[in-house]
Every structure is written in C-alpha cells, then in structure tokens.
Design a protein around this ligand. Structure first.
Ligand code: FES
Length: 126
C-alpha cells in the first residue's frame, strides 16, 4: 500500500542540489530535474549504506548520484545503475578490483519514489 508523506515545499529543493529528507522514518534523497522532482531511497542497493554519508562524501551532478562507499553511480530520476563498485571512498580503483569490491553482488538500481506537488506542498509516495 502506498503511503504519501509530506517532505516540504518546492522551494526546499533548489536546482542541482541533492536534499536528504526523513519521510516518516524512511531516508529519502530528492533533487530537481528542471520542473520535475525526483526521489529515491537513501540506501545504496550494493550493501544498503547511505548515499549521502560516507568516506567519499556526497557527490551529485547532472542528475547522477555517486555512492560515497564504493563509488557506484546512479541516475537519480530513473534509478538506473551507471557504474558498479569502481572504487572506494571517491577514489577510482583498477578495473580488476571492481569484482572484489562488488562483494559478489550484481548491479541493481536505486529504489525510486514518485513525487507529487499539490497546493504548494511536496509529497513523496512510499
Ligand atoms: S555501498 Fe554503495 S557502492 Fe557499495
């Protein structure tokens, strides 16, 4: 069953900024792509760590978020995985080490959520 949770107003999500919100106990990352707001669970599908807190820091540019742990990259709006465990803490590692860093896990997308704006209020549908 879908749960609609208020996360702010459109002004809370400026262009090019990745915003972390607590949506009723679920950590969610939100960013604006033009007129569209996109949201995803703030857990990397690799081993479930935070996408915004870790040794590599927060990286978000051109709609792509990079995990701060093993550098996997995802398109926020679609959740698509673009690169799987290519490094550690923001540093690229040799290609041969990518398989070891994956810890045997196969590439997976982000869990994305619909975002709805109604009467000046932004909601995420979990
Ligand atoms: S936890 Fe994100 S790439 Fe490993």
């Amino acid at each position: 069953m879908t749960r609609r949770v208020r996360i702010g107003t459109p002004e809370d999500f400026p262009d090019g900024t990745l915003v972390t919100v607590d949506a009723g106990g679920t950590g969610v990352i939100v960013a604006r792509d033009g007129e569209t707001l996109c949201a995803a669970r703030n857990r990397c599908p690799h081993v479930g760590l935070s996408l915004t807190s870790g040794p590599g820091g927060t990286h978000f540019a051109d709609g792509v978020v990079q995990c701060p742990w093993h550098n996997s990259r995802f398109t926020l709006c679609s959740g698509e995985n673009l690169d799987w465990t290519p490094g550690i803490a923001g540093r690229e590692m040799p290609k041969w080490s990518q398989r070891a860093l994956s810890l045997g896990r196969k590439p997976a997308p982000l869990t994305t959520y619909p975002v709805v704006v109604e009467d000046g209020v932004v909601y995420v549908e979990l």
